[in-house]
Design a protein around this ligand. Structure first.
Ligand code: GUN
Length: 315
């Protein structure tokens, strides 16, 4: 069997997420001792199976850490106006500190208008223009959870960011753009690449830190990576094509057996062969994905404190 022969360090997202959740749990206990229970409301519209899985895990983690949570599940047919009313009610509630609207929303709903309707101090996703602006101007802000998780992985693993060449592939509002901003705030030299970038490899080969957030299985290949680079793989792609599995995991018997059993396998945006040339990498699963919920919990507690004028430690 051909295995990846590598001395690269695996950045264990599950362990780091565990550390963060433990710290948040302590903060929640301190708040509860003062009669405060942080509260999170999650709005999940319609029947999107992937979103249902994510939201269930968010609610479950709240329960584990002592955070009150509430799940609102309006039907697919809900209008923008009805959604706005729902958010306004949550904005006004004293027991709710964080509001999360699970994306994507149905096409007929005005996502931008809705995200703008969330009170900025309850915007635990960090998607409101006020928080986007605060982040970009270096002021304390509720920052998007996945990019915030990337920074935590780098910092808690003792990996230097300042002065490094960081290349972000992908320019989404949820991951790529805020990740670039947070790396810049941490003094990296940042390049953002995207689907229209000409000669992508020219940029990625110069990256000391490479963040892949494109949403295409194994898109970043070993030839595109500088030896010793830190690879941060944000992709979670379900591959159902046997030939693609063989391309990505040649001779990997365990992967082939899992694929034969389930008919699919989960792959990041970086091909596994690239990990062999890297200095450190986040695996999929078990890397960045694990951090997203931990950072949501952290943001919820931060929002609960900030709204009550309790000092918030800056990360
Ligand atoms: N859908 C995929 N990622 C996210 C996220 O971080 N927040 C929300 N609200 N929806 C998502």
């Amino acid at each position: 069997m051909k295995t990846i022969d590598t001395t690269a360090r695996v950045l264990d997202g599950v362990a780091i997420a565990g550390e963060i959740k433990a710290e948040v749990g302590v903060e929640v206990k301190d708040l509860q001792a003062r009669g405060i229970t942080p509260g999170l409301a999650v709005i999940l519209v319609g029947d999107v199976p992937a979103s249902q899985i994510y939201v269930r895990s968010k609610v479950k983690t709240c329960g584990e850490l002592g955070i009150y949570s509430e799940m609102l599940t309006p039907p697919e047919s809900i209008t923008t106006e009805e959604m706005l009313k729902l958010v306004a009610e949550l904005n006004a509630r004293e027991d709710i500190d964080g509001i999360l609207i699970q994306l994507p929303l149905p096409k007929h709903v005005d996502t931008k208008r809705l995200l703008e309707s969330v009170a900025p101090q309850k915007d635990v996703d960090g998607f409101h223009p006020v928080n986007v602006g605060r982040l970009q101007s270096g002021q304390p802000a509720l920052a998007p959870c996945t990019p915030a998780g990337i920074i935590e992985i780098l910092k808690r693993s003792g990996l230097e960011i300042a002065g490094k060449n960081a290349v972000v592939v992908g320019r989404s509002d949820i991951v790529g753009k805020p990740a670039a901003m947070m790396l810049l705030n941490a003094s990296a030299t940042v390049t953002v690449c995207h689907s229209k970038t000409i000669d992508l490899a020219k940029f990625t080969r110069g990256a000391d830190i490479l963040v892949a957030a494109i949403g295409r299985a194994g898109f970043v290949t070993a030839e595109m990576v500088k030896p010793g680079a830190v690879l941060i793989d944000v992709g979670i792609n379900r591959v159902t094509d046997a030939a693609e599995v063989e391309r990505l995991f040649p001779g990997d018997a365990a992967r082939a057996a899992g694929f034969a059993k389930r008919g699919s396998t989960v792959v990041g945006d970086i091909e596994p062969a690239a990990f062999a040339v890297s200095g450190a990498y986040t695996p999929v699963p078990g890397g960045v994905g694990a951090l997203t919920i931990a950072m949501l919990m952290k943001n919820t507690v931060t929002a609960a404190k900030a709204r009550r004028g309790i000092a918030v430690a800056q990360g």
